[in-house]
Design a protein around this ligand. Structure first.
Ligand SMILES: Cc1cc2nc3c(=O)[nH]c(=O)nc-3n(C[C@H](O)[C@H](O)[C@H](O)COP(=O)(O)O)c2cc1C
Ligand code: SF4
Length: 488
């Protein structure tokens, strides 16, 4: 039993009911397609808000929807989606029949250093948002003298607009277990955790069944599986909190503490879960590892561009003519993503694209030729983030968009630092006034810009700085529409 102080942090109690509708960004911009459902999403506040069910391809969505996303590939190699969609391998037999657990066999036949070296040379960067080089984290955890280490799969996938992790977890749960064992072997950890959001109940059931099957098959548990290495995995289910996807908040959540963000240093690689050296990775980042182990770092490095190697899976929202998951090599332009993968918008005129969730810069139509890459998107104030691609059209005003994002940001703030706790809510109030009354006082213009600067400079984590990135891009690229929102 956790304390009321901890309980009060979370928004949900148990599994999300099938009748709950989604209030995420992709559903906001598609609300015109089903206003009744959107209205339902904005009600039942007392039961906790549901920000993204990972069904953005059919938005506005509800928890009980069952349609699966289209899965496409625009890459010379299929790294991530090879066990997804029509190749789904939710059971051990299916996964083995498709070559599953061979990467673990191969890793165990070699030295941990072989896997470590391959991850470093592959130049794989984290897909959870920050794009940090994976090899540097693996090396740092490996180098710690503590005999007890931990690996954690971050399956919180909170960024509204992204649903690749959900599909990996549902279609390829053994792949997640396998790669946790591979990573554990490489860095010297015997324990793995999956922190999964409550909004993905099907993924939870599949993972729990896979853990059970893997234990019965002797792949997980106390007995060594090769080279004297034994490994086990625990599943931890969240209770509705976006910020729990932030890695230090996530560690506090698993430890049963109030999941506020921790100050760094120390970084999790040095002192993470229960003070142990901890490797935290996003599910999609981990999903690249078996392919790298099987095909080699060089084959992986050959994919992509400059500082962005390999592939990324993009989650296209329902406004596109062809929504769905697309595994692409970095380097494709945003225009190609919109026109060639998505087939353009099903109706309406494109007003902007939000890649990587609401805590990232918006890409206006004038910058669609920017290539998909960490550095390339950063240069225009945008981000790869987790690869959600939410297109919006003229039916969504910029004021509504800003109001929605800051309402989300304020609702999900962990409250540890003042600019985020109070500043995000103040910006939401300013834009609520614009949305409901048509205009805010002239002084609000300076106030929202000043608060944005404070968020950028004084936030402890990427929640506050991401909100600032979003706001800066709006002020920069949508100034013309914004101008009449404030009295002169
Ligand atoms: C507010 C906030 C929310 C985040 N949510 C997630 C998430 O849901 N999933 C995720 O993998 N990373 C999330 N991250 C990033 C994690 O803190 C961390 O960088 C990531 O799990 C590291 O894995 P990677 O190196 O594989 O990207 C979030 C970060 C912030 C600041
Ligand atoms: S920026 Fe927001 S979410 Fe991050 S630590 Fe500060 S209050 Fe918490």
């Amino acid at each position: 039993m956790t304390s009321p102080d901890v309980e009060s942090f979370y928004h949900l109690r148990g599994e999300v009911a099938a009748t709950r509708a989604c209030r995420g960004l992709a559903c906001l911009v598609a609300r015109g397609n089903d206003p009744v459902r959107w209205q339902a999403a904005c009600e039942r506040e007392g039961e906790g808000r549901v920000y993204c069910l990972g069904r953005c391809y059919q938005a506005p969505a509800a928890a009980g929807d069952t349609a699966r996303p289209h899965v496409g590939v625009r890459s010379r190699e299929v790294v991530i989606v090879r066990h997804l969609g029509e190749h789904a391998a939710p059971t051990l037999d299916r996964y083995r029949a498709q070559g599953g657990y061979q990467a673990l066999d191969r890793a165990l036949r070699g030295r941990p250093e072989d896997v470590l070296g391959a991850i470093e040379q592959s130049e794989l960067r984290g897909r959870g948002g920050a794009g940090f080089p994976a090899g540097r984290k693996w090396r740092a955890v490996f180098a710690q003298p503590d005999p007890e280490k931990v690996v954690v799969a971050n399956a919180d996938e909170g960024d509204p607009g992204a649903y690749i992790d959900r599909m990996i977890l549902e279609d390829n749960p053994h792949g997640v277990l396998e790669v946790l064992a591979v990573a554990g072997y490489a860095v010297g950890a015997r324990r793995g955790y999956v922190y999964l959001r409550a909004e993905y109940p099907d993924a939870g059931h599949r993972l729990a069944a896979a853990i059970d099957q893997a234990r019965k098959a002797g792949l997980l548990g106390a007995s060594p599986i090769g080279n004297g290495f034994a490994f086990d995995v625990h599943l931890e289910i969240g209770r509705g909190s976006y910020v729990c996807g932030e890695e230090t908040s996530l560690l506090n959540a698993i430890e049963g503490r109030r999941p506020e963000v921790r100050a760094r240093p120390p970084y999790p690689a040095v002192s993470g879960l229960f003070g142990r050296p901890t490797l935290v990775h996003n599910v999609e980042t981990l999903a690249a590892v078996p392919w790298i182990v099987e095909h080699g770092a060089e084959a992986y490095r050959r994919l992509g561009i400059s500082g962005s190697r390999g592939t990324k899976v993009l989650s296209l929202n329902s406004l596109f003519r062809r929504p769905g998951l697309y595994e692409v090599e970095f380097g494709l332009s945003v225009r190609q993503i919109v026109d060639e993968l998505g087939g353009g918008l099903a109706s309406g005129t494109l007003k902007g694209v939000i890649i990587g969730g609401p805590l990232a810069g918006v890409i206006p139509p004038s910058l669609l030729d920017t290539p998909l890459g960490f550095d390339e998107l950063h240069a225009i104030g945008a981000s790869v983030g987790h690869g959600g691609v939410v297109a919006f059209d003229q039916r969504t005003s910029v004021a509504e968009l800003v109001h929605h994002v800051f309402d989300f940001g304020a609702y999900e703030s962990c409250g540890k630092c003042t600019p985020c706790r109070l500043g995000a809510r103040r910006i939401e109030e300013i834009f609520r006034q614009i949305v409901t009354a048509g205009q805010a006082p002239a002084s609000s213009r300076d106030q929202w810009l000043a608060l944005t600067r404070t968020l950028a400079q004084a936030s402890l984590c990427g929640h506050g700085t991401g909100l600032a990135d979003f706001a800066v891009s709006i002020a920069r690229y949508y100034a013309q529409e914004l101008e009449p929102c404030f009295a002169s």
